[in-house]
Write a protein that binds this ligand. Structure first.
Ligand code: GAR
Length: 213
């Protein structure tokens, strides 16, 4: 089975959706940069190894990333899943996991990278919002898009109501993308995400990479 390590910083609801999906994957560890991340307890309860690499204990980003990579690599994952992992990563770290590290971001990238995506989408008058799963590159919330799901922005929406609507899609989309990867159907080729075979019908994704690997 394909080995997976999941990185979180907080609540861990996306990590939970992946664990609960019962994928044919060996989830070797859940790692957090925050000792108080709520998601750690859930992983522990499910019998998954947990680790903390506390970023406040390191002098700079490079030192933290080196310690984090050492921790990840002890579990020898084929796939690293960033699930609400709120750290900017150094180029060397990103390069080390090229083609085998994915991230979820709560906007329709390339719009609204960074923080407060839902508030900014409402302020901009967007009529649709959504979520993107992408391979990680050196660009913050950038990198080849694997799949997206869209939701409407409704009159009267607040940051909270829109976030909740998007989160429902996050929990459908992320396990689906991880499944594609562990099934050996998803890869990064020539700077693009490619998916072998059909993304439908069990997919929540509205947009998927071109097929024919
Ligand atoms: C999720 O909405 C995820 O898309 C977002 O953080 C939240 C984590 O929630 N990630 C980013 O903003 C990455 N730039 P969770 O801990 O419950 O999965």
């Amino acid at each position: 089975m394909t080995s997976v390590v999941i990185l979180i910083s907080g609540r861990g609801s996306n990590m939970r959706s992946i664990v609960d999906a019962g994928l044919p994957a060996d989830i070797r560890a859940v790692i957090s940069n925050r000792p108080d991340a709520a998601g750690l307890a859930y992983a522990r309860d499910r019998g998954i190894a947990t680790e903390v690499v506390d970023h406040t204990a390191y002098a700079d980003r490079a030192a933290f990333d080196a310690a984090l990579a050492a921790c990840i690599d002890r579990h020898a994952p084929a796939l690293v899943v960033l699930a609400g992992f709120m750290r900017i990563l150094t180029p060397g770290f990103v390069e080390h996991y090229r083609g085998r590290m994915i991230n979820i971001h709560p906007s329709l990238l390339p719009a609204f990278t960074g923080l407060h995506t839902h508030r900014r989408a409402i302020e901009a008058g967007c009529r649709v919002a959504g979520v993107t799963v992408h391979f990680v590159t050196g660009e913050l919330d950038g990198g080849p898009i694997i799949a997206q799901a869209a939701v409407p922005v409704l009159a009267g929406d607040t940051e909270t109501t829109l976030a909740a609507r998007v989160l429902v899609q996050e929990h459908l989309l992320y396990p689906q993308v991880v499944r594609w990867f562990v099934d050996g159907r998803l890869a990064l080729r020539d700077g693009r995400a490619v998916l072998r075979g059909d993304a439908a019908p069990d997919s929540a994704a509205l947009c998927v990479p071109s097929a024919d690997v």
